[in-house]
Design a protein around this ligand. Sequence first.
Ligand code: AMP
Ligand code: MG
Length: 397
Amino acid sequence: MITISTALDIIERETPKLVAERVAIEDSVGRVLAEDVVADTDMPPFDRSQMDGYAVRAADTKDAPAVLRLVGESAAGRGWKGRLKAGEAVRIMTGAPLPAGADAVQKIELTSEADGTVTINEPTAKGRFIVSKGKEVKRGATVLRRGTRISPANISVPAAFGYAKLKVSKRPRVAILATGTEIVPVAKRPKPDQIRNSNSLMLASLCQSAGAETVILPTVGDKLSDLTAAIASAAKTSDLVITTGGVSVGKYDLTKEAVAGLGAEIFFEKVKLKPGKPTVFARVKKAYFFGLPGNPVSAAVTFHLLVRRALMLMQSASAIELPSGFAVIEGEAKGTRERDSYLPATLATDAEGRLLAVPLRWHGSSDFIGFASADALVKIPAGGSLASGEVCEVLFL
Ligand code: AMP
Ligand code: MG
């Protein structure tokens, strides 16, 4: 049995990086950049007005009210081409370029226009209501680094600098295979000793949110030949095969035997982790393989801690882990002697501004209904326990 950090090191060492491809920017959300995004212009590209108002020379407004001669208009997309002289003003709109000769804007609310003149009612100062050329970024600057995932928050950056196509890492192709004679499809009514397959959809959506493209394979029962055939076939067309079930020590836990029979190189098969001890990581022919426990919560936790990392490494992402931090635990939590435990919790804040982790009331590692409302996993180091009010490490889900 290896520690979680050894398991993470092994994943980091063994996981191959996928090649890059170019995609239309429209299709890039969720993908990991395989190139730096570089500004091809200053931003803003010209001195830009922040207000609807009048472009002026600040000195002309010193003894406001000041009556200035209106000599033109600068609209967004249609700038005024002349040069502003002393005693003159140009009507200007938000987003429009500041005319040459002007050094300030006064907002429309503090002016009045009549008969070819404008009265500036209050002084404005040099640079007021102007964002100068290159203030936000200079041409040639790197504005997004390779390894960054494109998201709704940052897609406007490559868009603004002309990246109609983006070089991104290929999406890992992941095959998901639920195993277990008791497992029936979601649409089927289970007999008294059967269970619906909730793992495959959960894992497929977790993989997709980590940037992968997924196929859910038909479930296989606990029969060695079927299991072996299903894994072999999945390994042919996938970068990663994920199974659930059949990794512990019961008579019908056959996953390890199946991958061993395919000549797999097994990197680890037991991790000091609760839940999720019997997790297997291997290479089966050209594909990589995670054998996760069947318990839905164990499958989710091992995904978050281990599988997600492999998917991010395949995409050469710079952030390969869930975001983590610290919180104050509200309520006590017991760990186990030799494994680190990860306990589902909800997050809250208190009036002192502290982040609180409130362990879920749940029925243990098969309780996926309780787990469904978790915002975070609280880490309880092996051999320890947490008293209410202690600071704990949390992973944000
Ligand atoms: P196993 O790891 O095969 O011993 O399974 C552990 C528990 O998880 C058993 O109660 C299984 O019925 C349950 N389980 C296994 N696979 C799934 C699945 N795909 N969906 C929901 N529950 C499952
Ligand atoms: Mg089973």
